[in-house]
Design a protein around this ligand. Structure first.
Ligand code: IPM
Ligand code: MN
Length: 326
């Protein structure tokens, strides 16, 4: 049976890189039954649609979603990002944002587990006396024991399948409430995984270690905003954001998971055929792995790491990878 996949190319370079990902998956011999969704800034500009509930309901019946990038300069900043991408992560309960970084020449092989449904992303807060000289803006960070614990448990399970080392990244010295909840939960769950060695880094220190000694990491677990920032840095130190893949997972499999490159829509280079599609291709490999097609996923990963696929141009890179996995 073909896997039923919803395709959201999105904006900018999104559709270009997703086309290469689909080409590579097909070449690897995996059969996908795809449904295209015209969503993103372009669609919003035409008829004001962002993400109808009817579409969300259709998605719940699919096996996975494969997304390029959303966000366009001609629409209000953040509107599509929040209304489509974040809404999807929250509504489908994609509580793990898994972002692996592999870059052998710098001895990098680690994965960041970013909690994906809470923290400062939850939208808690508001204005008081908005627009006056006395205005107040608050933006809270929502951390539930349930939400923190499930991200941490996922991370320990992942560490068990890898090199059995897990680092909690937070800012417990200043964020005394949320940090305390994260730290206590981490320590309690840790007792159930005696084989996993643990450590803790403040997020600012982690930024130094990402640059100076990234080989110390195996699995990292952190909150939504720290994870957002750290994973851009992770991309920058491991071959560039053009290689950074991600999976927005519902590990309980009560609905589809969503796979997307870490990078954005890059409107400045859209339509020029110069975007590196490897982040999207590798996100496609993560999707195949999650769908049980691990042999094809591994072939795609190996092909992306092969220097013969280090060519110039979106389509040329896609062709080179497709040829190797065929
Ligand atoms: C990411 C992106 C999104 C985020 C934006 C587009 C809302 O930066 O996936 O990392 O902040 O999560
Ligand atoms: Mn980001």
């Amino acid at each position: 049976m073909a896997h039923r996949i919803g395709i959201i190319g999105g904006d900018g370079i999104g559709p270009e890189v997703i086309a290469e990902g689909l080409k590579v998956i097909k070449s690897a011999g995996v059969d996908l039954d795809t449904v295209d969704y015209d969503l993103g800034g372009g669609r919003y500009g035409r008829d004001g649609t962002v993400l109808p509930d009817s579409v969300l309901d259709e998605w719940r019946e699919l096996d996975a979603l494969y997304l390029g990038a959303v966000g366009a300069p001609e629409v209000p900043p953040g509107l599509i990002e929040r209304g489509l991408l974040l809404k999807m992560r929250f509504a489908l309960d994609l509580y793990v944002n898994l972002r692996p970084f592999v870059y052998p020449s710098a001895s990098i092989d680690f994965a960041v587990v970013r909690e994906n449904t809470e923290g400062t992303y939850a939208g808690e807060g508001g204005f008081l006396r908005n627009g006056t000289p006395h205005e107040v803006a608050t933006q809270g960070s929502v951390n539930t024991r349930y939400g923190v614990e499930r991200a941490i448990r996922y991370s320990f399970d992942l560490a068990m399948q890898r090199r059995r080392h897990l680092t909690l990244v937070h800012k417990t010295n200043v964020l005394t409430f949320s940090g305390d909840l994260w730290e206590r939960t981490f320590d309690e769950v840790s007792a159930e995984y005696p084989e996993v060695e643990t450590s803790y880094n403040h997020v600012d220190a982690a930024c130094i270690y990402f640059v100076q000694s990234p080989e110390q990491y195996d699995v990292i677990v952190t909150d939504n905003l720290f994870g957002d920032i750290l994973t851009d840095l992770g991309g920058a130190v491991s071959g560039g954001i053009g290689l950074a893949s991600s999976a927005n997972l519902n590990p309980d499999r009560t609905g589809p998971s969503m796979f997307e490159p870490v990078h954005g829509s890059a409107p400045d280079i859209a339509g020029q055929g110069v975007a590196n599609p490897k982040a999207a291709i590798l996100s496609g490999a993560m999707m195949l792995d999650f769908l049980g097609e691990s042999a094809a996923a591994q072939r795609i990963e190996r092909a992306c790491a092969d220097p013969v696929t280090d060519v110039k141009g979106t389509v040329a890179i896609g062709d080179a990878v497709a040829q190797l996995v065929a």
